[in-house]
Design a binder for this molecule. Structure first.
Ligand code: PLP
Length: 429
């Protein structure tokens, strides 16, 4: 049995000074009925808690660390950069370098702005869409999560889904009222909504592969319909690729599907583990941002030199072969999980797109939030804790995604398949 004594004590101390003992809710393990692990350090695909326990890490800081923890080139670039100062509040060539790298990989981002989180990226993109169109209403999909800004905290996934909340106290009614929500992958419903209110809708924001209710791919038919219908009504289409960017594939979901949004938001991998978000897209629309245009956007630490350095060091190492290799490893791992579940007669649905993967204790199919909610979350909670005991660190919620890094080896994958099987056996006892 792993000993969590020091983590438990650290959580007691943290809870005295931080609400729930954490700085972001899903970290709290509340949904799976345990205390969070407090981390000491991490390297490659391994993470070590303060009790000295070692785990294969599939959370990877909730996505950013595609090269693994403390990757040598990222670390040495940061060490050099920090000597030159941590922030200037004035432009640096690093910002242009990262922007050019992003544009090469995601060409629809003709112009872009750097921010410090995914939340800021989506919040700013929504403001721009409203300012550009002169309309207030926006559309999002049930179970999609776009960060914690007011307009987007309606029927959201991630922690909101984990804790069963559909909006938050503090979100003014008029803002929630202007956020229209539709079931994910429901093409008929979005067509109906646009037929009724299309000319009042500023934008549709979507996770083109949903990752905040587990992994659920948007169907080609659905994403194509979103593109066509927004265009027909003068609304903007925003792909929130904060999670899928450089994860679903090197060029995001827009690269996989060939569907081009008007605006895109990025986060996570683009900052290589430091706080970076990006919003960008069509030049004519982006030119409306201050000081070039009228829609206000700013940030003391936007384009921070350390954050840009980590982003550059990360993106410069990515290539197609890495994604092919990672995809093959995820496929192999999920086939192993499925074999194990079938042998134990446990209903299991496995989904993955590129390096994002998840499993649902569910009869399936799982195509939207209603389907995810049919999953056995009690079984998930027990199973998760057993997996942790077996040295595998995964997302502590049925409503979250797991990730892979280039550092996960074939041996790690086989270890994980064996740990999965053992955890199922023990959970069923
Ligand atoms: N958009 C998506 C798709 C996300 O998955 C997240 C975070 O998980 C966000 C936006 C918000 O990003 P951040 O947590 O950096 O504010």
């Amino acid at each position: 049995m792993k000993d969590y004594t020091k983590s438990k004590a650290a959580f007691v101390e943290a809870s005295k000074i931080m609400p729930g003992g954490v700085n972001s809710p899903v970290r709290a393990f509340k949904n799976v009925g345990g205390d969070p692990l407090f981390i000491d350090h991490a390297k490659g695909d391994h993470i070590y808690d303060i009790d000295g326990n070692k785990y294969i890490d599939y959370v990877l800081s909730w996505g950013p660390l595609i090269l693994g923890h403390a990757e040598d080139n990222v670390v040495s670039a940061l060490q050099k950069a920090v000597e030159k100062g941590t922030s200037y509040g004035a432009p640096t060539p690093l910002e242009t370098t990262l922007a050019e790298m992003v544009q090469k990989l995601v060409p629809s981002m003709e112009m872009m702005r750097m921010v410090s989180s995914g939340t800021e990226a989506t919040m700013s993109a929504i403001r721009l869409a409203r300012g550009w169109t002169g309309r207030d209403k926006i559309v999002k999909f049930i179970g999609n999560y776009h960060g914690h800004s007011d307009s987007l905290l309606v029927d959201a996934g991630s922690g909101m889904a984990t804790f069963g909340i559909n909006t938050s106290p503090g979100v003014p009614d008029p803002l929630a009222y202007d956020t229209l929500t539709v079931a994910y992958n429901d093409t008929a419903a979005i067509k109906k909504l646009f037929a009724e209110q299309g000319d009042e809708i500023a934008c549709v924001i979507v996770e083109p592969v949903a990752g905040n209710m587990g992994v659920i791919p948007g169907t080609k038919e659905f994403l194509t319909a979103l593109r066509d219908i927004t265009k027909a009504h003068g609304s903007l289409l925003i792909f929130d690729e904060v999670m899928t960017g450089f994860r679903a594939g090197l060029h995001g979901v827009q690269g996989l599907t060939g569907i081009t949004p008007d605006l895109t938001t990025l986060g996570k991998v683009v900052g290589g583990g430091l706080p970076v978000g990006v919003f960008g897209g069509r030049k004519d629309i982006m030119s409306d941002i201050t000081p070039a245009g009228k829609v206000y956007h700013a940030g003391t630490l936007s384009g921070n030199p350390l954050a840009m350095t980590a982003g550059i060091a990360t993106l410069s190492q990515l290539n197609e072969e890495m994604y092919t290799a990672m995809d093959a490893k995820v496929t192999h791992m999920l086939e192993g999980f499925k074999r194990s579940a079938d042998a134990h007669k446990v209903p299991l649905v496995v989904h993955h797109v590129g390096t994002m993967w998840s499993y649902f204790f569910n009869e399936g199919p799982v195509n939207n939030f209603d389907d995810v909610q049919k999953s056995d979350v009690k079984f998930f909670a027990k199973f998760f804790k057993q997996l942790l005991q077996n040295g595998i660190y995964t997302a502590p919620s049925q409503y979250e995604t797991n990730f892979l890094s280039v550092k996960h080896t074939d041996e790690d994958i086989d270890t994980t398949i064996a740990a999965f099987d053992d955890a199922l056996t023990k959970t069923l006892k």
